[in-house]
Design a binder for this molecule. Structure first.
Ligand code: ANZ
Ligand code: ZN
Length: 823
């Protein structure tokens, strides 16, 4: 008997798959396609347990679908631009490209060592010129369509990384990467007009039925659609007016003052005489606070009176105009009609500055008194103090007042989105150069198509000082303007790495295409991605950008899909001792050590068995050991029976004895359960547990050697091997070949179940009442006593005999009889 030696088995089958191009994907209209994708990794150095888990989950689905006969596309690549490479270069006095490509080479080896079923011929790295040059083309097309534009704006600035951060990259006021406090800075920035797609991005979330509801909710909140009105408030001077955005026009009669953002263009001109100095000081102070803090609910409300007034257009009451720290310039109009009785922020502000309160919505059957209110009343109610709208439900008044404002020309209904355009400029070297030239005479000039690509120069220096290293490469920055021929300066901002990850899944469809970014025919053959798998941390950032980019490319004619990912699975974290594995916690398990000791199959099996994919996986050394012991058990079982089952023919179900029939039922029930668990719910843990039970049943089956049973035993062990194949592929291949077959990967390799075989055997139980036969039941032979007793007592034919009587005794003779005694 041969001993299970994982490393030899794994090397053998990895060699076999490579040699036979087992995972090469070709378009094949005769088979149903299945595009399976895991979020590609950043080449940080080496893979961690989170990767092992993510890619093992994906690999199970890919192999399962392949065994079912699907034409599977399962590619892998590298999200290879970004800051860590530049930081490493500074530290090691080396080059980001060298660091990145070395990491890729190492990590590719690790992924191969795990036996993942990738089509390696499609591998790409986003820092390959062959990839990023096409992105420059797409950028210029977006520029020409007005979807990429440059504007000066206050941006989130990380002083440590010396770069701009998107709002999504600021977490609790700190840089998502290095955790430094984020500052505000005015800069010329390139942006993508994602706001043009806000409505479609929102609407289409309702088509994404294969996404977790939680992710869809996060996307919807991020897009943040609000419906309401814009309303004009004339200045007391009559010279001009202030436009506000409100979602609560039903509270208009209760607006008693006005709050403007410190950046509001009218702020200074409204600051009359004595107030001027105080207003200027306030503006200075507010501009220094970051916008995340300013938007936070617990912000201490602060403001300053401008000295000017405007007029409430429906009550004609004079309203003092304030600047307020919680009003943001980049939402709505940067001006808020303040209704302190019905908005909590306005309430706090009014209390602080002693401003008037007027109730306009009353809760049913209650009378709010402004003098005694301790917080704003924000729920629904009945309109009061609102002229002709009094007595209406406030929800109805919303409509009625909006109509009224439109009719009177005071305001109009509008929609507002929280979503901002996507700032993509990064003051960094290791990224895709934005392909434009800045000319003193002509302004921004696109690099002509003939001059593309703009190649990232290799001779930059990485000292860690002076900001963007790319801006110091003279040979790169010096150029002539393509329009006027004068000396000009090349743009040195590079694109956010989220741009590259917004279309890599499309490029995988035709990774070697040389006539453009995408071969439309191939893209049509493979897209959309049928199953996408990745971490929940990308619920907003990456997934929203990828959806946006897909729509842009669709509108440019590059692809034909509205949505890139039909189904999304967000897997949980790998934790140890109750905490996420991280260097700082010192609880990291290195996959290399694990694989060396137990082999890739055990590493895979453990990470699939220990928890369902969407839950956190709790690391346990015993769990790993248990997985390894299970594989050894299966290995021994197969070798044990090999000598006897060699000659077995097909199973003849009718000629089987009771025990053999029972084993066969277990086999087919397991096939059914595993198929359903994998296919419908990705519940790999329960699927594996079911196979373990089956293995126990086979081991316990006494008649293994009897000639009449060898066919059943062969079917049983072959089923075990095939059911395990997606999880522990090398192991399964080896045993499958020992069982006399070629490769378990073949289409139709996944077993089907025999519907007749899974039907439970039934026995007839008779029911007696006071010794007389009154009815019969059919139950499973191993049915539980309580169930049979309950079924007997509630049997329709029995009930009449029990009516009005006392049940004295119920006796169950298993599988035969229920005897009821009544008096
Ligand atoms: C009057 C009012 C009365 C409001 C009331 C609310 C309650 P959402 O739902 O998030 O879109 N607002 C408008 N622009 C703002 C800005 N630039 N900075 C800070 N706040 C702003 O929020 C819309 C509400 O947020 C608007 O409706 C406005 O206050 C405020 F009982 O107008 B409301
Ligand atoms: Zn010029």
């Amino acid at each position: 008997e041969e001993k299970y030696a994982p490393s030899a088995v794994e090397e053998k089958w990895q060699g076999y798959w490579a040699e036979h191009h087992s995972f090469k994907a070709n378009e094949d209209p005769s088979r149903k396609k299945y595009y399976l994708l895991e979020m590609f990794p950043y080449p940080s150095g080496k893979i961690h347990m989170g990767h092992v888990r993510n890619y093992s989950i994906g690999d199970v689905i890919a192999r399962f679908k392949r065994m079912q006969g699907y034409n599977v596309l399962h590619p892998m690549g590298w999200d290879a631009f970004g800051m860590p490479a530049e930081n490493a270069a500074i530290q090691n006095k080396s080059h980001p490209a060298k660091w990145t490509y070395e990491n890729i080479a190492y990590m590719r080896g690790q992924l191969k060592r795990l036996g993942l079923s990738y089509d390696w011929d499609r591998e790409l790295a986003t820092c390959d010129l062959d990839y990023y040059k096409w992105e420059q083309r797409i950028f210029l097309e977006m520029y020409k369509k007005g979807l990429a534009y440059k504007k000066s704006s206050a941006v989130n600035w990380c002083p440590k990384c010396e770069t701009v951060l998107a709002n999504e990259q600021v977490e609790d006021g700190c840089c998502w990467r290095c955790d430094s406090p984020v500052q505000q800075k005015e800069l010329e920035q390139w942006s993508f007009r994602i706001t043009n797609y806000a409505q479609e991005l929102l609407d289409d979330t309702y088509k994404l039925t294969g996404w977790p509801e939680r992710v869809l909710t996060m996307q919807r909140n991020w897009i943040g659609r609000s419906t309401g009105c814009e309303i004009d408030f004339p200045l007391e001077s009559g010279l001009s007016k202030i436009k506000v955005f409100t979602t609560r026009q039903d509270t208009l009669f209760g607006a008693t003052f006005m709050s403007l953002a410190a950046e509001h263009p009218m702020a200074l001109e409204l600051a009359a005489g004595a107030q001027r100095a105080e207003v200027e000081a306030f503006i200075d102070k507010v501009k220094k606070t970051d916008r995340i803090k300013r938007g936070a609910e617990d912000l201490e409300k602060e403001g300053v009176f401008t000295g000017s007034y405007c007029i409430n257009p429906v009550t004609n009451v004079k309203m003092p105009i304030y600047l307020a720290n919680f009003v943001l310039m980049d939402y709505g109009t940067g001006a808020v009609m303040a209704v302190p009785t019905h908005d909590q922020r306005d309430f706090e502000f009014a209390k602080k500055y002693d401003l008037p309160l007027k109730v306009v919505i009353q809760p049913e059957g209650e009378a709010l008194d402004p003098a005694t209110m301790t917080e704003a009343y924000t729920a629904d109610g009945v309109m009061v103090n609102s002229g002709r709208f009094d007595g209406m439900a406030n929800a109805d008044a919303k409509e009625a007042i909006a109509d009224f404002l439109e009719k009177e020309g005071i305001g109009k209904k509008t929609v507002n989105f929280r979503l901002r355009d996507w700032g993509i400029s990064r003051q960094r070297y290791w990224g895709n150069p934005i392909p434009v030239i800045n000319c003193d005479l002509c302004g921004v000039v696109a690099v002509p198509e003939a001059d593309l690509p703009v190649v990232l120069p290799m001779d930059a220096e990485f000292t860690g000082e002076g900001g963007n290293p790319l801006a110091r490469v003279e040979s790169f920055t010096t150029c002539t303007c393509p329009q006027c021929g004068e000396a000009a300066r090349r743009e040195t901002d590079t694109m956010d790495t989220f741009v590259q990850s917004s279309w890599y899944f499309l490029r995988y469809c035709s990774p070697k295409f040389t006539a453009g970014p995408l071969d439309r025919e191939k893209v049509e053959a493979w897209m959309p991605v049928d199953q996408y798998i990745g971490g929940i941390e990308h619920a907003v950032l990456h997934l929203l950008y990828a959806r946006f980019f897909t729509k842009v490319l669709r509108d440019m004619g590059y692809c034909n899909v509205d949505e890139p990912f039909s189904n999304l699975l967000t897997q949980g974290m790998v934790i140890k001792d109750g905490a996420k594995m991280s260097k700082s916690k010192g609880n990291v398990v290195d996959p290399n050590a694990l694989i060396e000791r137990y082999g890739a199959d055990t590493a895979r099996l453990f990470s699939l068995f220990a928890a369902p994919p969407e839950k956190d996986l709790d690391w346990s050394d015993q769990g790993v050991d248990g997985s390894y012991r299970f594989l050894n058990r299966v290995w021994r079982l197969v070798y044990d029976v090999l000598p006897v089952i060699g000659e077995a023919g097909a199973v003849k179900p009718d000629s089987l004895g009771a025990e053999a029939k029972k084993l066969r039922r277990a086999v087919h029930k397991t096939i059914k359960k595993v198929s359903e668990d994998v296919e419908e719910r990705f519940h790999f843990n329960t699927a594996i547990a079911a196979v373990m039970e089956l293995v126990n049943a086979i081991q316990a089956f006494a008649g293994k050697d009897a000639p009449e049973n060898v066919a059943v035993v062969r079917e049983a062990v072959e089923s075990v091997v095939r059911l395990l194949a997606p999880f522990v592929p090398h192991f399964a291949e080896e045993l499958w070949s020992q069982l006399g077959h070629k490769t378990v990967l073949e289409a139709s390799g996944w077993p089907g179940y025999d519907a007749d075989a899974v039907v439970d055997e039934e026995v007839t139980v008779v029911i007696q009442v006071n010794g007389k036969l009154r009815s019969k039941l059919t139950v499973a032979p191993d049915a539980k006593e309580e169930e049979v007793r309950a079924a007997a007592l509630s049997d329709d034919k029995i009930k009449p005999y029990l009516e009005g009587k006392d049940v004295k005794k119920v006796v169950y003779v298993p599988g035969k009889l229920v005897s009821i005694v009544v008096a």
